[in-house]
Design a protein around this ligand. Structure first.
Ligand code: NCD
Length: 306
């Protein structure tokens, strides 16, 4: 794997390999890419994704270039492609990038010397969020086949929904959706929130993506009509879990009291995000070694002999 741009580029075998690798990282296995360079370029706001990539990179002892759009040559009219070629030319190994245009990272995949990680491309995809969600589900249930997963909320504008719907189906889960009519995408199976709580093993809630709407209005009574209320939570299956990529709008898609309830894995997802991002970087760095014959960190050689 040279880049991670979309979930459909990953075979089930590769997904399971990343899940296992993230699990080993979480259990304390040390991998180091000491002295290698990662750059983080976020052209849309981010708290979790950006900071967990930073933590993942530093835990693997990488040198981290935090790029600020306002202080980069993008503001002087340089194209994204030329900025990425520049990072590649100065020896950056990994570029984590978030930006607002869907599907616009494909042209960057021509850059072979630097591995691009899509950290969200508008309404397109968010593969690292999907992988950390898969990790959280796998940790809980140990499988995907036989699980019913409901993705609920602003389906139309959510890159998290898109990446997860694809990956979960590919892994054999039953995926259904719940959404107000305004944000439904055609060709999907929709249930009401009442049906969702009764049937789901995993209930994945989404934030309303207001910044991607072309109207300013609110849906009145959203929590009561479409969200997870305390009363609905009581009707969930006893073993079921609640996921949310966050940021959470408490009292909108979920009752504030449920954000940290016993079924919620929202903060576990954030914790798992660091390990999954370490696994992704490790996979990409390993691939670079094979292709370019760059030096291998000593620890990696040690692991190979274990
Ligand atoms: C999501 C995103 O940016 O797409 N958040 C995240 O990365 N953790 C979801 C969202 O913004 O609602």
């Amino acid at each position: 794997m040279n880049h991670l741009l979309t979930m459909d580029q990953l075979s089930n075998r590769m997904i399971y390999s990343l899940l296992e690798n993230a699990g080993r990282m979480k259990r304390g296995e040390q991998k180091t890419w000491k002295g290698r360079f990662a750059a983080n370029l976020f052209l849309e706001p981010s708290t979790r994704t950006r900071q967990s990539f930073h933590v993942a990179e530093r835990r693997m002892q990488m040198e981290v270039l935090e790029m600020e759009a306002e202080q980069s040559s993008l503001l002087k009219g340089e194209s994204l492609y030329d900025s990425v070629r520049t990072l590649e030319a100065i020896g950056t190994d990994i570029l984590v990038i978030r930006q607002s245009e869907r599907d616009s990272l494909q042209e960057l995949s021509e850059c072979k010397g630097i591995s691009i990680i899509n950290a969200g491309d508008g309404t397109g995809e968010h593969p690292t969020q999907s992988l950390l969600d898969l990790f959280t589900i796998y940790e809980e249930f140990g499988c995907f086949k036989g699980l019913t997963v409901t993705i609920a909320g602003d389906i139309k504008h959510s890159r998290v929904a898109r990446s997860n719907a694809y990956a979960l189906k590919q892994l054999g889960a039953e995926v259904q959706f719940s959404s107000p009519d305004e944000w439904k995408e055609p060709g999907k199976t929709y249930v009401t929130m009442d049906e969702a709580v009764a049937s789901s093993d995993v209930l994945m809630l989404l934030r309303i993506q207001k910044e991607r709407h072309d109207w300013e209005g609110d849906i009145p009574d959203y929590l009561t009509d479409y969200g997870l209320t305390k009363e609905r939570e009581r009707r969930m299956k006893s073993h079921s879990i609640i996921l949310h990529p966050a940021p959470v709008n408490r009292g909108v898609e979920i009752d504030s009291a449920l954000v940290e309830c016993q079924k919620s894995r929202i903060f576990t997802q954030m914790n798992n995000g660091v390990y999954m991002r370490m696994a992704i970087i490790d996979e990409l760095m390993g691939g670079k070694h094979n292709e370019n014959n760059k030096c291998v960190p000593m620890e990696r050689e040690l692991f190979a002999t274990m």
